[in-house]
Ligand binder design. Structure first.
Ligand SMILES: Nc1ncnc2c1ncn2[C@@H]1O[C@H](COP(=O)(O)OP(=O)(O)OP(=O)(O)O)[C@@H](O)[C@H]1O
Length: 347
């Protein structure tokens, strides 16, 4: 029995990608990727900017349709489903750039997430039939239960406009909204982006609790390697759209192809770019964190001795995560094009 078979969790994969390829005209964004995610696993996808991570998320969630290959959830194909249908099947996600309704309250945002599960029709909502009122009451109670997963502070702020929340709180609300759809599989796109060290530590804990207490299976994209290494059962590494490595965090950390994929520039260049990118991220989120503290602490976390990866290599690895995309022109296309290819009906 191979090592992979020995440590493979029991049962069938919840999510399986087989030979998935996505081409955008001349560009192969994702190339022949295989990935199995078993129930209750936390699996991370990492890779340099432009490696294809977000495209994989967009393929799984029906924003894009694979050029070729198969994607199954619990053994059934989800290729060709649109994003709402994928959500109904049990895959919810959060976004790298938080997508909440800023002019709605915390509670209202969660209620929107439950919308697809409510039965009240237009007439019922208009005339406020008792059955509708009862359903609304249940939805509110459930929304509060979901918020309480993150402690009492968000429950206390349920009537606050989302725009007034800290960046970390908005990320929590976004996860609570994703949970409102009762997913089996949760896709988290950079769940700790823009967070300070303490918030990041807390986020790591609640990602674990999502699995341990709610039984969710989690696939995440995360740029902070300290987070990924600490939290993942398995890590898949993409580079130029190809999966170049997959395995336990320790295996991936020592993989020569992975190190080579990350080490494209000098540590000094990387650190400068990292500082600029961290600063703009913090500014956008409105969080005032001493950028130097963040960088210093990231660097010190990465200075653990041992293994084939030296402290410097590791710092370079971390720093290079924030470099500009390799294909910056195309990168700008992503933002505008993300929804330009709505998937058609189910296959
Ligand atoms: N809609 C699109 N049209 C054309 N090219 C695209 C589109 N979406 C993504 N790409 C290209 O596909 C490649 C992979 O992009 P993707 O956003 O998936 O990478 P990533 O690993 O998520 O990067 P990052 O870490 O910077 O978010 C990039 O070269 C990108 O420019």
């Amino acid at each position: 029995m191979s090592e992979e078979q020995m440590r493979r969790p029991d049962g069938e994969p919840l999510l399986e990608l087989s030979g998935v390829t996505k081409k955008f005209e001349g560009l192969v964004a994702v190339s022949d990727v295989d990935l199995k995610v078993y129930p209750r696993e936390i699996v991370s996808i990492i890779g340099p900017n432009g490696a294809g991570k977000t495209t994989v998320f967009n393929l799984i969630t029906g924003i894009y349709r694979p050029t070729s290959g198969q994607i199954t959830l619990a053994g059934k194909s989800i290729v060709g489903l649109n994003p709402d249908q994928v959500l109904e099947r049990g895959i919810a996600r959060t976004f790298q750039n938080i997508r909440l309704f800023n002019n709605m309250t915390v509670l209202e945002n969660i209620l929107v997430g439950q919308h697809s599960q409510l039965k009240a029709g237009v007439l019922g909502a208009l005339f406020r039939w008792p059955s509708v009122q009862r359903e609304e009451q249940r939805a509110r109670e459930r929304a509060l239960t979901l918020l309480s997963f993150f402690g009492s502070s968000l429950v206390d702020r349920q009537d606050e406009y989302v725009v007034n929340l800290s960046y970390a709180d908005r990320r929590r609300v976004e996860i609570a909204r994703a949970l409102a759809a009762s997913p089996k599989l949760l896709l988290l796109d950079e769940p700790t982006a823009g967070m300070n060290e303490a918030e990041t530590r807390e986020a790591v804990q609640y990602v674990r609790r999502l699995r341990d207490e709610l039984g969710l299976t989690i696939l995440l994209i995360e740029h902070k390697l300290t987070v990924t290494m600490g939290i993942s059962d398995k890590i898949a590494v993409l580079d130029y759209g190809r999966k170049i490595a997959e395995g336990l965090p320790e295996e991936v950390r020592r993989d020569k192809r992975v190190i080579a994929a990350y080490l494209g520039q000098s540590a000094e260049e990387s650190e400068q770019q990292d500082a600029v990118s961290e600063a703009s991220e913090q500014q956008q989120s409105g969080i005032e964190i001493a950028e130097s503290q963040e960088i210093a602490s990231e660097a010190s976390e990465l200075q653990e001795p041992g293994g084939e990866v030296t402290g410097q290599q590791d710092a370079e690895l971390e720093a290079s995560e924030s470099q500009e995309p390799r294909v910056s022109k195309q990168q700008s296309v992503i933002q505008g094009n993300e929804r330009q290819e709505p998937a058609t009906g189910a296959e």
